[in-house]
Design a protein around this ligand. Structure first.
Ligand code: SAH
Ligand code: SF4
Length: 421
C-alpha cells in the first residue's frame, strides 16, 4: 500500500501533520467517476437536462417523483406510465443511470439485518447495511469506497481509499433501503425508513460536498428528495475539525458522532492517526461548538478494545472531558477484523467502564453488535474481492441469533444504540 495525499491521490510523500508526525493516508487504486444522476442535481439542473433533451421541464420532476416518492428503480421504466413511452428511455438514461450493482447480499438476525455489497460502474466496492428494530429502521451507508484514514482497528481503513462516492451513489443506498423496507423484502412486514447513519465505509467529512448534498436530498421533500427528518440522520466523523465547524453552519440539524476511542493524544495518535493533525482537545472543542450551534447532543463513539483503551483510568479521563457537556457516550465493543488481533473488552470490563462514566453523570450506551456474523457491524465493512458482479435474488441467511450482549430488552436511543443495563 502506498502512502498518498488524500486530495491528489498521487503516490507523493505523506502529508506532514502540524504536530510534526506524518499522517498516513492511503489510496489503493486509481479512481473512476460516477455517471451523473438526478440525485446529483438541483431542481433547476435536472429540469435543464429535460429541456436539453427537447422535453418539457416538468418531465424531470415526474422522474424525480418516481425515484424519491414511489421508489421506482431505474430498471423498472414500465412503472412510469405518466411518461410518454418514446420519451421515457432518453429521460431515464440522462437522469436515472444505473449507479450501483449489487454483488452480494447477506442477512442475519432472522432477516432483520441485511448487508449489500455493491460495485460502482467503474468497479469500486462499497457496502451498506439495513437494520430493522422494533421502533425504527436504519440504513448504515458508505460515503467513500474504502477510507484513507488508516485507523488500525477498522477493516475499511486497512484497505485504503479507492474514491469518494458521488452524492447520487450515497442517496441511492438510502433509496434502495427505503424500497426494500416498503416492498417487504426484509423480515417484519412493510415499514418506513426512519434513520440513516453515515457509519459505513469511508470518512464522510473527507467527502464533504457530496455528503452535504446527499443530506439535503435526504431531507428535501419529493420531488426534490426523500423527505426524511434531519433528526434521524447521523454523520460520524473521525474528527476533521474544520469540516465539523463547517457542518455546524449548514443549517442541517443532523446528529454528529465523533469517533474518539481514547481520551489522551498518546493513545489516540495510535488508534486514530489523523489525531496527530487534530488532537483530542481540538476535536472536542469543535464538537461542543456543533452542539451549541445546533442544539443537538453529540454522540462520542468509543470502541472498547481489550487491554488497550478500556481501563478505568481512561474512563475517568473520558468523564473529565465530557462532564457537563451536551454529549452522550456510545461504547462499541470492538468488532473483530481480519487485519488486527485486538479483541473486544470482556463483558465485566465493559460494565466497569460504563459504571465509571455513569457515576459521573455521563449518559452512556453500549451499541449492539448487529450484523457481526455477516461482517456488517461497525468497522467490518471492507471491499469484496474483485470479480464479476452477480445478482442473488434471495439473500443468504447467515446465522439466526442476534448478538446483543447486554440483552435485547434494553431500551434504545434514537440513533440505534442499545442501553446497557
Ligand atoms: N469514518 C467515520 C465513519 C465510519 S466508521 C468514523 O470513523 O467515524 C463508523 C464507526 O465504526 C466509527 O465510530 C468507527 O470508529 C467505528 N469502528 C471502526 N472499526 C470498528 C471496529 N472494528 N469495531 C467497532 N467499531 C469500529
Ligand atoms: Fe475510516 Fe472511520 Fe475506519 Fe477510521 S474508523 S479507517 S475514519 S472508516
Amino acid at each position: 500500500m502506498t502512502a498518498t495525499t488524500a486530495e491528489s491521490g498521487r503516490p507523493d510523500q505523506p502529508p506532514t501533520a502540524e504536530a510534526g508526525r506524518p499522517v498516513r493516508l492511503t489510496l489503493t487504486r486509481r479512481a473512476g467517476r460516477a455517471p451523473r444522476h438526478l440525485a446529483d442535481l438541483t431542481q433547476q439542473e435536472r429540469r435543464d437536462v429535460a429541456v436539453s433533451l427537447g422535453q418539457p421541464a416538468f418531465r424531470a420532476d415526474q422522474v424525480a417523483r418516481h425515484y424519491y416518492a414511489r421508489l421506482i428503480a431505474a430498471d423498472e421504466p414500465e412503472a412510469m406510465t405518466d411518461l410518454p413511452e418514446r420519451d421515457r428511455q432518453p429521460l431515464l438514461d440522462a437522469l436515472l443511470p444505473r449507479l450501483l450493482v449489487p454483488v452480494r447480499t447477506l442477512s442475519c438476525d432472522d432477516g432483520l439485518t441485511r448487508k449489500t455489497a455493491w460495485r460502482t460502474v467503474d468497479g469500486a466496492s462499497l457496502e451498506s447495511v439495513i437494520m430493522r428494530y422494533p421502533d425504527r429502521a436504519t440504513v448504515c451507508v458508505s460515503s467513500q469506497a474504502g477510507c484513507g484514514m488508516g485507523c488500525p482497528f477498522c477493516a475499511t481503513g486497512q484497505g485504503g481509499l479507492t474514491r469518494n462516492l458521488s452524492t447520487a451513489e450515497i442517496v441511492e443506498q438510502v433509496v434502495h433501503a427505503a424500497r426494500v423496507l416498503r416492498r417487504r423484502e426484509l423480515a417484519g412486514g412493510e415499514t418506513r425508513l426512519s434513520n440513516v447513519v453515515f457509519m459505513g465505509m469511508g470518512e464522510p467529512l473527507a467527502n464533504y460536498a457530496a455528503v452535504i448534498a446527499a443530506l439535503r436530498r435526504l431531507t428535501a421533500h419529493p420531488p426534490d428528495g426523500l423527505g426524511l427528518s434531519a433528526r434521524g440522520l447521523t454523520v460520524s466523523t473521525v474528527g476533521l475539525v474544520p469540516a465539523i465547524r463547517r457542518l455546524a453552519g449548514e443549517g442541517l440539524p443532523v446528529t454528529l458522532a465523533v469517533s474518539l476511542h481514547a481520551p489522551d493524544d498518546v493513545l489516540r495518535n495510535e488508534l486514530v492517526p489523523i489525531n496527530t493533525r487534530w488532537p483530542v482537545v481540538e476535536v472536542l472543542a469543535a464538537a461542543w461548538e456543533y452542539a451549541e450551534m445546533t442544539g443537538r447532543r453529540v454522540s462520542v463513539e468509543y470502541a472498547l478494545i481489550d487491554g488497550v483503551n478500556d481501563d478505568v483510568g481512561r474512563a475517568d479521563a473520558l468523564a473529565d472531558l465530557l462532564v457537563g457537556r451536551l454529549a452522550h457516550v456510545n461504547l462499541i465493543p470492538l468488532n473483530p477484523t481480519g487485519g488486527s488481533s485486538w479483541r473486544a473488552s470482556a463483558p465485566a470490563g465493559q460494565r466497569a467502564f460504563v459504571r465509571r462514566l455513569r457515576d459521573r453523570g455521563i449518559v452512556t450506551t453500549v451499541r449492539d453488535t448487529r450484523g457481526r456474523e455477516i461482517a456488517a457491524a461497525c468497522g467490518q465493512l471492507a471491499a469484496e474481492p474483485a470479480g464479476k458482479p452477480e445478482r442473488r435474488d434471495r439473500p443468504e441467511q447467515v446465522g439466526s441469533d442476534r448478538l446483543v450482549e447486554f440483552g435485547a430488552v434494553g431500551s434504545t436511543t434514537p440513533d440505534g444504540d442499545r442501553v446497557l443495563r
